[in-house]
Ligand binder design. Structure first.
Ligand code: SME
Length: 151
């Protein structure tokens, strides 16, 4: 299966997973697990916007930084820009926050409610340049499913 086919399957599985559940933390937990398990990324998880910072949410992988300020790191920048960011080499990203020295590339996708960013999905890889437009497109779609379940 190529990456697109895996994502198509993940998308359908996510739909089924969240259909009867509207608790955002429960859904974040299962979505982090399903993405992580399928692709064996280094770290897959969520940071939630709480007041004026990002706070660690459900994740799979090693322990991570608990708080990220607005505009800082890849996650804080994605929140500030209200758009996804693909980073081929995290060591070249100004202000990158290294929760783990094993991470070499990263993608961050924001989640919206009423046009405001309420959380970000962060996925880290031990390899360089793991993420491309296919990951961006499908992770945005998967996050979009969750956005539709937010009241
Ligand atoms: N690298 C992220 C921080 C989160 S951890 O990688 C899990 C960043 O620069 O925002």
């Amino acid at each position: 299966m190529n990456k697109k086919e895996i994502y198509e399957e993940l998308y359908e599985q996510t739909k089924a997973l969240i259909k009867n559940e509207n608790d955002i933390i429960a859904n974040m937990a299962n979505i982090a697990a399903i993405i992580h398990e399928r692709f064996h990324f280094w770290w897959t998880g969520f940071y939630r916007v709480v007041n004026n910072e990002l706070i660690l949410g459900p994740f799979q992988g090693p322990i991570a930084c608990t708080r990220i300020p607005y505009g800082k790191g890849v996650c804080g920048t994605s929140w500030k820009n209200a758009s996804s960011i693909i980073v081929e080499d995290v060591h070249q990203f100004p202000g990158h926050i290294a929760c783990s020295s094993a991470s070499n590339s990263e993608i961050v996708v924001p989640m919206f409610k009423n046009n405001e960013v309420v959380a970000v999905l962060d996925v880290d890889s031990e390899k360089f340049a793991t993420f491309d437009e296919t990951d961006k497109e499908w992770l945005e779609r998967i996050i979009g499913l969750m956005e539709n379940s937010l009241h």
